[in-house]
Design a protein around this ligand. Structure first.
Ligand SMILES: Nc1nc2c(c(=O)[nH]1)N[C@H]1C(S)=C(S)[C@@H](COP(=O)(O)O)O[C@H]1N2
Ligand SMILES: [Mo]
Length: 450
């Protein structure tokens, strides 16, 4: 783990301990100031310490809550990211504030010595939490639908309800889908383009692919009495309210146009053949194929269906593009993900000299199947076609590899770039936006041959 990450995590843990012990205020540090400090350190988006002080959903305890007695939550406070339940071994993850980034180099090293396949095992899948993982009692859980876009306009206090058993009784569908954070690759705005952006400094591991099983959101909406006037649906999570700058922004929630909701969105209760685990949204989450990860609301508790556009901070202040090259007042809310490529190799890896190496990687696009991948080992002067190891498909990434025999020892810059079937490419430079979303430029991957 890079020293910078370690100290950041340690700092975060220390501040959280002090906060919980009531010492932060005694230090003269107000909660507001703490949040600003954490934000400035690039630790968050998510002030877990603050979130602990806000109201929690009735059915949920949270993994970060030391008062949340026994049960599966007992261990995680000791881990590198207190709000996450599952173990986060350093070989598989880089802790990033309240989140855990998947290490691409670990994909060469799967179970039984074989590399990890197209889908990422649940225990290796990245986690992006605004606050902390809630532990929800699946038997007491109900999905509550309400709003002006449903027949009879049920209100939030008298919603249409579905239990988990109700959902499991509906026709089941399975899909492959990538979940990718809109901020994946964000750190390269800084390291490659010298542009300062706030938020989680992901390299390329804010992504995972899985097989999801559940019911179509369309089926549930129709059964709940969807009307032809419905415009937007607003799924809302049961995790603690998200607090920024000392102000609660409420539950994590982001509206989705009814067109997408009826198209290919799943209410998933299984991931890779097993019931969802707490960190990935148990008992039920949305999976919104091709779109930025924030659309795929975890721990969904309610869905408002409205006959007029809906708004939340997640489609107004966040997850839109602001900056000189974007419309005044910001772009439309982000939807489809961009093209990216990653080597399954550590940054700064040392490769033995005097022999040939097979370089492996993956490329993906939210818009279309990958058409072509090229690799350069000489700083971007010459490019070679990589061999595609998967039949490219719209719903998943494409694995590839290329043989390389370095001519001499020394430092090298590897690059990979992909084109999708709609012609979306990876430019030399990503267009800047204030929050550092959608980094699609070619990433420089340094290695040493020795
Ligand atoms: N309720 C809720 N849903 C959420 C989030 C969250 O913090 N709370 N994070 C979102 C973001 S920003 C991403 S990228 C994905 C991450 O999903 P994962 O943790 O299963 O990888 O979940 C999304 N759904
Ligand atoms: Mo995200």
């Amino acid at each position: 783990m890079p020293a910078e990450q370690l100290s950041e995590a340690a700092y975060d843990r220390l501040r959280r301990r002090q906060w919980l012990a009531g010492e932060a205020r005694a230090d003269g540090v107000e909660r507001r100031t703490l949040l600003r400090m954490l934000a400035a350190a690039g630790v968050i988006a998510a002030p877990t310490a603050g979130a602990l002080l806000t109201a929690r959903p009735a059915l949920a305890r949270t993994a970060a809550d030391p008062g949340a007695a026994a049960g599966p939550a007992a261990g995680p406070a000791a881990g590198p990211v207190p709000g996450i339940v599952k173990p986060l071994p350093a070989e598989w993850f880089v802790p990033r504030g309240t989140n855990a980034e998947m290490r691409f180099d670990a994909l060469r090293d799967g179970a039984d010595g074989a590399p990890v396949g197209r889908h990422i095992p649940v225990e290796r899948f990245f986690v992006r939490n605004h606050t902390s993982t809630p532990l929800i009692d699946a038997d007491g859980w109900r999905l509550k639908l309400f709003g002006s876009g449903l027949r009879g306009a049920p209100t939030a206090d008298r919603p249409v309800e579905f239990s988990l058993a109700d959902l499991r009784a509906l026709p089941a569908h399975s899909i492959s889908a990538l979940i990718e954070c809109a901020g994946n690759g964000r750190s390269f705005y800084g390291s490659q383009q010298h542009q300062t952006v706030p938020g989680t400094p992901w390299t390329l591991g804010g992504i995972g692919s899985a097989r999801w099983r559940g019911v179509r959101l369309a089926d549930v909406l129709r059964r709940a009495g969807l009307t032809r006037d419905a415009v937007d649906v607003l799924p809302s999570g049961l995790d603690p309210e998200f607090t920024a700058g000392g102000v609660s922004l409420g539950r994590v929630r982001r509206p989705l146009p009814v067109g997408k909701a009826l198209d290919d969105v799943l209410l998933a209760y299984e991931m890779n053949g097993d019931p969802l685990t707490p960190d990935h949204g148990a008992p039920v989450r949305l999976v919104v194929p091709g779109w930025v990860g924030i659309a795929s609301i975890k721990w969904v508790g309610s869905i408002e269906v409205a006959d007029q556009p809906l708004y939340s901070p997640w489609n107004t202040d966040f997850y839109r593009l602001f900056g000189p090259d974007h419309p005044a007042g910001g772009s439309a809310p982000l939807t489809t993900q961009v093209v990216k490529s990653a080597f399954e190799l550590a940054r700064g890896a040392v490769l033995p000299a005097g022999r040939s190496h097979r370089l492996h990687g993956r490329s993906w696009s939210g818009a279309a199947p990958i058409r072509r991948v090229e690799v350069s080992v000489d700083g971007g002067r010459r490019w070679r076609r990589a061999e595609l190891r998967d039949e490219p498909r719209a719903d998943d990434w494409t694995r590839w590899s290329v043989e390389w025999r370095p001519a001499a020892s020394g430092p090298y810059e590897l690059r990979a770039r992909a084109v999708d079937r709609r012609g979306n490419t990876q430019p030399e430079v990503a267009v800047f936006n204030r929050e550092g979303y959608l980094f699609d430029a070619v990433v420089v991957h340094p290695v040493t041959v020795a």
